[in-house]
Design a protein around this ligand. Sequence first.
Ligand SMILES: CC(C)(COP(=O)(O)OP(=O)(O)OC[C@H]1O[C@@H](n2cnc3c(N)ncnc32)[C@H](O)[C@@H]1OP(=O)(O)O)[C@@H](O)C(=O)NCCC(=O)NCCS
Length: 187
Amino acid sequence: MTSSFTGVRVLTLDDFPDLRPLFEKTYQKLLLDNEIDEPHAPLIKEQTQIIQDKLKNPRSVFFGSYTEGQLSGFAGILPITDIITDYFREQGIFVPQGAREIGGVYIGENAQGQGHAKKLLEAALDQLHKTGTDHFLLDAVFNTSQSYWTKLLGTADHILLNYWRKNDHHMIWVRKIEEILSRLQDD
Ligand SMILES: CC(C)(COP(=O)(O)OP(=O)(O)OC[C@H]1O[C@@H](n2cnc3c(N)ncnc32)[C@H](O)[C@@H]1OP(=O)(O)O)[C@@H](O)C(=O)NCCC(=O)NCCS
């Protein structure tokens, strides 16, 4: 029998022992799938620390998605990163007032394709909407994740070309929460 999505809840730092192996495994596969040729172990260590710091940050809210009591994926409402704010400032691009970033979206391999990412996005946007936030930003770096977000959110608004290395771009979407939320709720 295949098990599937059973619910979403807010995560705390106490959930880090469950989140860590899920993140490390998913991130390792992401590096392999995107043919990143730098040594993977230091990248995984660095990114695991970044995720832990984001989970600790009182300005972040992380949501976990579950499959029969087991953490299967997660996503966060995050403060907007310096990469985005610096780029927008340099380019004279206006960041919508009060906008927050959605990031750290990772679904374990066995749970992918079962709607976890959409349910996590819906939970995060619902919380932002209820607290009066109008816009969110999303930044994707890997080709495989860029194709996912392009399918869900449409064409990216900003592309930071060759940001980390040649052919390695940041794609940034700025979207109205109400619009994406109603689309997700209609699905
Ligand atoms: C990309 C990712 C977040 C998608 O999460 P998910 O829970 O598997 O996605 P959902 O089940 O909500 O959505 C499935 C839909 O997306 C499509 N999809 C899934 N991965 C896709 C991809 N890489 N490119 C384009 N479409 C994709 C499916 O075809 C399906 O379409 P449908 O609704 O028309 O049938 C997940 O695969 C993942 O965590 N990958 C590794 C980490 C990662 O890339 N994170 C994003 C960092 S910005």
